[in-house]
Design a protein around this ligand. Structure first.
Ligand SMILES: Cc1cc2nc3c(=O)[nH]c(=O)nc-3n(C[C@H](O)[C@H](O)[C@H](O)COP(=O)(O)OP(=O)(O)OC[C@H]3O[C@@H](n4cnc5c(N)ncnc54)[C@H](O)[C@@H]3O)c2cc1C
Length: 383
């Protein structure tokens, strides 16, 4: 057993093979899907057919495993992001948008939504960001209030993944002096969606307006004022999976660069043996392996105890996304002008790597909270 101490256990390897198969089945539509601002129908139908989204829902609601397992989600995202950011996002958002329902939803709400989320019949979204509020979520202006046995939501959410295609939004609202998450079905009167923005790597993205939107009282997820607790639960389970996606993307970039630099010669030798090119390729390999090892370690810890492992998930997220950024930049460089071609895979990966360092906790915000923890832990040891 000792020599397998740092390998994935068999059930994750089986899942990895399955996810790689799903990714390969989407390869022919990946370039098109990754430029789409709405759900790509072929990617959706192939992901649905695969049954893979059952990984992000707990067993009692039709999910694959007894509980949502961060290592399983991370392994799947690595495999999917290797081929397509659109495919990876479609998979990941089912978990990120629905986890608060798993943790805090009433029996009726869980019964209604979680099985369809796991089978990709219902599309999930998480709506936190607002036009004037990003990292500082305590400054949100969207409100929820009880009125005649119902909840009334008012506000404007911005840059919401899956907006327009989602069947429901888990919406962070101000409630009195606290914050609550409220589940709002997309077809509720008063909900409207616009698409004022698009990012450099197109994404299913939109703004969602809530104008006197009324939902039943049991659509508040968890107790009143528990919104941040539920968000933390989502973060603790899913943040590390962004690291997995970053590793998959970086691996794809390295393989593109290897293919090109092995085939093209300058000065009578393959680029892969010329000047600093070999070092750039090897440096990328070193960093990707470090990111992968850290991602699996953090994800395994999160699978055991997400809250205690949050600092490891944060380290993995920052480390892997920054490495993906550096790797893809090096890969573009060693491919010369061919790394810049619009419509090429490496150009797509270059654009897709960039947002990862900003969403789900920007690098700077995470580093700030890690630094606070370092100092606090040190002070406790010193006492
Ligand atoms: C592709 C994409 C998809 C998204 N999907 C969703 C979604 O589904 N749901 C959702 O709610 N939101 C979503 N977002 C929004 C995303 O969560 C925000 O972009 C993110 O929270 C950062 O907020 P901001 O962009 O307003 O940056 P700001 O908060 O304005 O930050 C700007 C800069 O200041 C730095 N900064 C801010 N605060 C601090 C601090 N305390 N210490 C140090 N540095 C700091 C940041 O690191 C950053 O470099 C998405 C964004 C993108 C790009």
């Amino acid at each position: 057993m000792e020599n397998v101490l740092f390998e994935l256990p068999e059930r994750y390897l089986t899942l990895q093979r399955e996810a790689r198969g799903v990714a390969a089945a989407c390869a022919d539509v990946a370039a098109r899907a990754d430029e789409a601002d709405r759900f790509d129908p072929d990617v959706r139908s192939r992901l649905t057919e695969s049954g893979l989204c059952s990984v992000v829902v707990a067993g009692e609601f039709g999910g694959r495993f007894a509980a949502v397992d961060s290592l399983a989600v991370t392994v799947v995202r690595e495999a999917l992001a290797f081929e397509s950011a659109h495919l990876d996002s479609m998979f990941a958002m089912q978990g990120i948008g629905s986890f608060a329902i798993s943790v805090g939803g009433s029996d009726a709400v869980r019964k209604q939504w979680l099985a369809p989320v796991g089978s990709l019949e219902a599309i999930a979204a998480l709506a936190l960001t607002e036009p004037d509020v990003g990292s500082d979520l305590r400054a949100i202006k969207t409100t929820v209030a009880s009125d005649g046995g119902e909840l009334v939501v008012n506000g404007h959410k911005s840059f919401i993944t899956n907006a327009g295609d989602a069947d429901f939004y888990s919406v962070l609202c101000r409630e009195g002096d606290g914050y609550s998450l409220v589940l709002v079905p997309a077809d509720t009167p008063g909900v409207s969606v616009t698409s004022p923005h698009q990012v450099i790597a197109p994404h299913v993205l939109g703004d969602v307006m809530f104008d006197d939107v009324r939902v039943p009282e049991d659509h508040r997820l968890g107790e009143p004022g528990n919104g941040f607790k539920l968000m933390l639960a989502t973060l603790a389970t899913f943040r590390v999976s962004v690291a997995g996606a970053a590793v998959g993307l970086a691996q794809a970039a390295l393989e593109e660069a290897l293919r090109h630099t092995s085939a093209r010669e300058q000065f009578g030798v393959p680029l892969a043996r010329l000047g600093p090119v070999p070092a750039k390729l090897a440096e990328s390999w070193v960093e990707i392996e470090m990111a992968r090892a850290m991602s699996y370690r953090a994800a395994a810890a999160a699978a055991r105890d997400p809250f205690t492992a949050l600092h490891l998930s944060s380290i993995a997220k920052v480390g892997a996304t920054e490495i993906a950024g550096r790797t893809v930049d090096r890969c573009v460089q060693v491919m010369g002008r061919f790394g810049l071609l619009q419509g090429s895979k490496i150009e797509r990966l270059y654009r897709e790597a960039r947002p990862m360092r900003i969403y789900e906790g920007s690098t700077e915000v995470i580093l700030d909270s890690l630094a606070k923890k370092l100092v606090k832990d040190r002070a406790q040891v010193g006492r």
